[in-house]
Write a protein that binds this ligand. Structure first.
Ligand code: SAJ
Length: 441
C-alpha cells in the first residue's frame, strides 16, 4: 500500500491519531470535534496552565463546555500535553497557533515558526500536516515545506501538507466548527486529497482548492471584504454627518434592496483579533512585491480614524452644554470589541478612553461582560450602571451596544448620550439629549 493509501485507511477507520497544536479558541473546538469523530487526540500546547486545566476536565474556551472536555479526557481519547515528543504518535497534525501583528503592523510569525520546528522534529512518513492559522499567502510552502524536506521527507509522497483557514466565530450561536464549511488547499493533489478526506471525517462540508496559497487568500479575502465594507459605511457616516443626514435611515432604506447590497453599520471603529489584523498580512506580503493594496490601506485609515470622530462628537456635545472636555465626567458604555462578548482585544473603546483622558476628561466605564480589564497598557475597573452614576455623568458614550443594558433608563437618567451605535433610536424620549454619529452636535 502507498503512504497515501495507508493514511487514508487510518482516517477512514479512525485508527489515525490526530494532533492539534494550540488549544485556544480554534484548536480546542477542533480537538473536541475530532474526538466526536472517533479519533484519539494529542493536544499540544506550550501552556502548562491550559494543559493542566484541560486534563482536570475544565475548559477555558467559552464555546467549549467543560463537560465535553471531561468526557473525552475520562475516555482517554483526549490528551492535553506540553510534551512535544507526543506528536510523534500522530498521523495528522493541525496547527492553530496565534499569528498576531507587531506594533509596526508586520506579521509576527514566531508562533508559526516555533510550531513548524516542533512538528518537523517529530514528523514521520505517513503524516498529514495542516496549517490553520491566518497568515500571508506563501507561508505554508515557504515555512513548513522546507522544514519537512530537511528531514528527508518528500511532500506529497512521504508526508502531506495543506493550509485550511479557521473560520471560528466565538460566541456564534449558529455556526461552530462542525457546521462551518472548511476550505482546504494542499501543496500537491495527493496532499489535497488526504487533507480533504481527513476534514470530511469530522466537518460537514469541506471545500478543496488547488493550492495552499488559494486557501490562504480565501481567508484574507473574507476578512478584507468585511474591513473594506465597514470602512465604506464608516466613511458614509462621516459624509452624512457633513450633510446632516441620518446614516442609519440611509442604510436601513438601502438594505431594502433585495439583491446586490449587504448591510454593514458604522461605529466607533473595528476591534477583535481578525478584522483589524488579517488584511495587513496581505498588505505586508504585497509591499514586498512592490504592490500597494490601496483598498486595505484606505479601509484601515478610515476605520482607525473613527475613535477620533467619536471623541470630536463628545467634545462638540459637551460644548453645546457649555462644558469643556477637561474635567468632564464621561461614562463609556460597553468596551468589548463587539456586542454580547467579553473580548476587548483591539477594541476601539480603548482608543476612545485614551483620547478622552488625554483631553482631561474623567472617564469611567460600564460593561456587563467585562467587570475589569488590563489591556494595551490600560487598567480599569468598571462601575455599576446606577441612577446616580448616570445622573452624575456629563456625558454617557455608547461604544458597544450589548443586549440587556437598560437603555431606557440611560435615556431617562443621563443628561447627554453620544450613541455611536444608534442603539437608543427606538426609545421613549427621556431626560437625555441624544447625539448620534450623524446628528448635529
Ligand atoms: N463592525 C462594524 N460594523 C459592521 C460589522 C462589524 O463596525 O457592520 C465592527 C465590530 O463592532 C467589531 C469589528 O467590526 O469591532 C469586527 O466585527 P466582526 O463582526 O467582523 O466580528 P469578528 O471580529 O468577531 O469577526 C469574526 C470573523 N470570523 C473569523 O475570522 C473566523 C469574521 O470573518 C466573521 O464574518 C465575523 O466574526 C462574523 O460574521 O461574526
Amino acid at each position: 500500500m502507498t503512504t497515501t493509501q495507508t493514511l487514508r485507511r487510518k482516517i477512514d477507520d479512525r485508527s489515525a491519531v490526530a494532533a492539534v497544536i494550540g488549544l485556544g479558541y480554534v484548536g480546542l473546538p477542533l480537538a473536541m470535534e475530532l474526538c466526536e469523530a472517533g479519533y484519539r487526540i494529542v493536544g499540544y500546547d506550550v501552556s502548562e496552565r491550559v494543559c493542566a486545566l484541560l486534563m482536570r476536565g475544565e475548559s477555558h474556551i467559552q464555546d467549549v463546555p467543560a463537560t465535553q472536555v471531561a468526557t473525552h479526557v475520562r475516555s482517554g481519547k483526549f490528551l492535553a500535553t506540553t510534551d512535544p515528543a507526543r506528536l510523534g504518535e500522530a498521523d495528522t497534525v493541525s496547527i492553530a497557533v496565534p499569528t498576531p501583528l507587531a506594533k509596526t503592523r508586520d506579521p509576527d510569525m514566531s508562533y508559526v515558526v516555533s510550531a513548524s520546528d516542533t512538528v518537523a522534529a517529530h514528523a514521520h512518513a505517513g503524516m498529514l500536516i495542516v496549517l490553520e492559522s491566518t497568515t500571508y499567502p506563501g507561508t505554508t510552502r515557504e515555512l513548513l515545506q522546507p522544514r519537512l524536506e530537511a528531514k528527508g521527507l518528500t511532500v506529497g509522497v512521504d508526508v502531506f501538507l495543506a493550509f485550511s483557514p479557521e473560520r471560528v466565530d466565538p460566541g456564534n450561536p449558529v455556526y461552530h466548527t462542525k457546521n462551518t464549511p472548511k476550505v482546504v488547499g494542499g501543496v500537491t493533489p495527493a496532499c489535497t486529497e488526504v487533507a480533504t478526506a481527513f476534514y470530511r471525517s469530522t466537518i460537514d462540508t469541506v471545500v478543496p482548492v488547488s493550492s495552499p496559497e488559494a486557501a490562504e487568500l480565501v481567508k484574507l479575502l473574507e476578512n478584507t471584504f468585511r474591513s473594506v465594507n465597514i470602512g465604506l459605511v464608516n466613511e458614509m457616516a462621516i459624509v452624512c454627518d457633513r450633510l446632516g443626514v441620518d446614516i442609519w435611515e440611509v442604510i436601513d432604506a438601502a438594505a431594502t434592496k433585495p439583491f446586490g447590497f449587504m448591510k454593514f453599520t458604522p461605529g466607533p471603529g473595528i476591534g477583535g483579533h481578525c478584522i483589524p489584523l488579517d488584511p495587513h498580512y496581505l498588505a505586508w506580503k504585497m509591499r514586498a512585491l512592490n504592490y500597494k493594496t490601496r483598498f486595505i490601506d484606505l479601509a484601515s485609515e478610515v476605520n482607525s480614524a473613527m475613535p477620533d470622530f467619536v471623541v470630536e462628537k463628545v467634545a462638540w456635545a459637551l460644548n453645546d452644554d457649555g462644558k469643556a472636555v477637561k474635567g468632564a465626567k464621561v461614562l463609556v458604555l460597553g468596551v468589548a470589541y463587539k456586542k454580547d462578548i467579553d473580548d476587548i482585544r483591539e477594541s476601539p473603546a480603548l482608543d476612545v478612553i485614551r483620547r478622552l483622558e488625554t483631553r482631561g476628561a474623567v472617564v469611567s466605564y460600564h460593561d456587563p461582560h467585562i467587570p475589569s480589564f488590563r489591556e494595551d497598557g490600560h487598567e480599569m475597573v468598571g462601575v455599576g450602571l446606577s441612577d446616580a452614576v448616570l445622573e452624575a455623568a456629563d456625558a454617557v458614550v455608547v461604544i458597544t451596544d450589548h443586549s440587556g443594558v437598560e437603555y431606557q433608563r440611560v435615556a431617562d437618567r443621563a443628561g447627554l448620550v453620544v450613541d455611536s451605535r444608534n442603539v437608543m433610536r427606538r426609545l421613549r424620549s427621556g431626560r437625555a439629549r441624544i447625539v448620534t454619529l450623524t446628528s448635529s452636535h
